[in-house]
Design a protein around this ligand. Structure first.
Ligand code: COA
Length: 439
């Protein structure tokens, strides 16, 4: 990540047009300092928006310590009885987002979007979102990304659901292991050791899976139960997988819930499983599926093509449900489609419309034999019989990580194209995208 880009993004003032629009409504938009008590009020408003309990003093201090890289916005109502309490919250930060082909681009990650129910329906969320997307575009960030509480919120701003998440519930005794025998070993480790191993492993795997975002540092404490303010830290168990040469290639964290009616039927929930290679993946899953006294293993934010399905004898021992998960929003079409790689050579013309006018235009996209993409403006250019894709930003964003098929979107009437097969081949990718966490 380019540190100066991150600094320019974080330290700029608020978007002037957004501030002016809120001023007209008697409200004030501000960048929130990372200082108490302003931060306390902001965090309490955000927690309430997500239906969480009021944060304790200790939790606020811990969250503040973890949030230094974030740009925090608050909307304030000077006529409210306590005008220091924000009626709207919004947080962003820059991090690497993996695209098809092992490349990363800086993405503006959006989180903590809340508006108090006392001020809902007045366009506060829209104004903050539009302002922050304009700000990110001005700074030069090519794409925005977020995970959602409701599917219906963000398409209107050009965000498309590009990554589907799978939730697994596995009956361990029915599954039957037919996967490879890993040659390394699995050992229990302390939560603190898991905490120190996980970030490096995640960095190693990030580029191998489009859709994955660099993990915010603050998440590791939650996954490993090492946060100072963790509610039940002792519930998290951690193991590592080391290969035959003794190199650590994976870690897994899980919690267990007893079954009070039958002690042999506990449920293990995989908090996070991180495997840098296929052996570590097989070794850790096999270990989890053979935990004594555990009848069910659950895991979420998995990909839609987990090799695990082919490592169990009875595929119906696993119930898999799918959810829209990672939404992305292209801000700079050449910046994203020129950076990602392509599975097959070809050419398409893109005609993109954008409800916010940020990424509108006409381009010629060309994929070379070596998978690299080239993209040039085709505004007013006669592109002959090159296949044309007419798409909104939302649909192009959904397709840009290679996991959403142009064929499905065309059949659903969401895009128009003169050659659906050519467009689907060009924008598809052999590994479906994945994001392994929420933010
Ligand atoms: C979702 C939330 C931020 C919306 O805030 P808001 O200020 O009332 O939203 P706005 O008035 O700016 O509405 C913007 C648009 O979103 C639509 N919208 C708002 N809430 C919606 C909902 N729950 N479902 C679908 N659409 C919604 C509005 O109709 C409006 O549409 P339009 O501008 O295209 O006509 C607010 O309800 C909230 O805090 N919810 C709880 C926390 C949450 O889920 N946050 C989102 C985290 S991903």
């Amino acid at each position: 990540m380019d540190a100066s880009l991150a600094t320019r993004h974080r330290e700029a003032g608020v978007d002037e047009a957004a501030a002016a629009r809120l001023t007209e409504r008697g409200l004030s938009l501000r960048v929130v300092p990372h200082e108490r008590p302003a931060y306390d009020h902001w965090l309490q408003a955000s927690a309430r928006g997500f239906l969480d309990s009021e944060r304790t003093d200790e939790q606020i201090a811990a969250a503040l310590a973890r949030s230094s890289s974030r740009r925090l916005l608050g909307v304030y109502d000077p006529s409210a009885p306590q005008d220091e309490l924000p009626v709207g919250t919004f947080a962003t930060w820059l991090d690497d987002l993996a695209l098809p082909g092992g490349v990363v681009v800086p993405a503006v990650a959006v989180s903590a979007v809340t508006v108090s129910p006392t001020h809902a329906g007045r366009g506060i969320a829209r104004t903050m979102m539009e302002g922050e997307l304009r700000h990110a575009t001005r700074v030069g960030v090519p794409i925005a990304a977020l995970t959602v509480s409701e599917s219906t919120l963000y398409g209107r701003y050009g965000f498309g659901p590009a990554v589907t998440a799978a939730t697994w519930t596995i009956e361990t005794r029915r599954a039957g292991w037919i996967g490879p025998e890993a040659t390394g070993r699995v050992d229990y480790i302390s939560r603190e050791l898991a905490r120190s191993l996980a970030p490096g492993l995640h960095e190693r795997v990030l580029r191998s899976r489009p859709g994955e975002l660099a993990m915010p540092e603050s998440h590791w404490g939650r996954f490993t139960g090492t946060d100072a303010d963790a509610e039940k830290p002792g519930a998290v168990r951690a193991v590592q997988y080391a290969d035959a040469a003794g190199q650590v290639q994976g870690v897994a964290m899980y919690t267990v819930t007893e079954n009070e009616d039958d002690f042999t039927k506990a449920t293990a929930r995989v908090q996070y499983l991180l495997a840098a290679d296929d052996e570590a993946y097989a070794g850790l899953w096999r270990f989890l599926l053979s935990l004594p006294l555990v009848a069910t293993v659950t895991a979420s934010e998995l990909s839609t093509d987990e090799p695990l399905l082919w490592m169990i004898a009875d595929q119906r021992a696993a119930r898999v449900s799918l959810t829209d998960h990672h939404y992305v929003r292209i801000l700079d079409v050449p910046g994203v489609l020129g950076a990602r790689r392509y599975a097959s050579p070809g050419q398409i013309v893109l005609e993109v419309s954008d409800p916010l006018g940020i990424s509108e235009g006409r381009w010629l996209l060309e994929a070379a034999e070596n998978g690299e993409g080239g993209i040039v403006s085709a505004e007013g250019v006669d592109t002959g019989d090159v296949p044309v894709l007419r798409t909104g930003t939302t649909e192009l964003s959904a397709m840009c990580l290679g996991g959403v098929s142009a064929a499905a979107l065309a059949a659903a009437g969401r895009i128009e194209t003169t050659d659906v097969a050519a467009v689907a081949r060009m924008l598809g990718w052999h590994v479906p995208p994945r994001l392994s966490f929420w933010y």
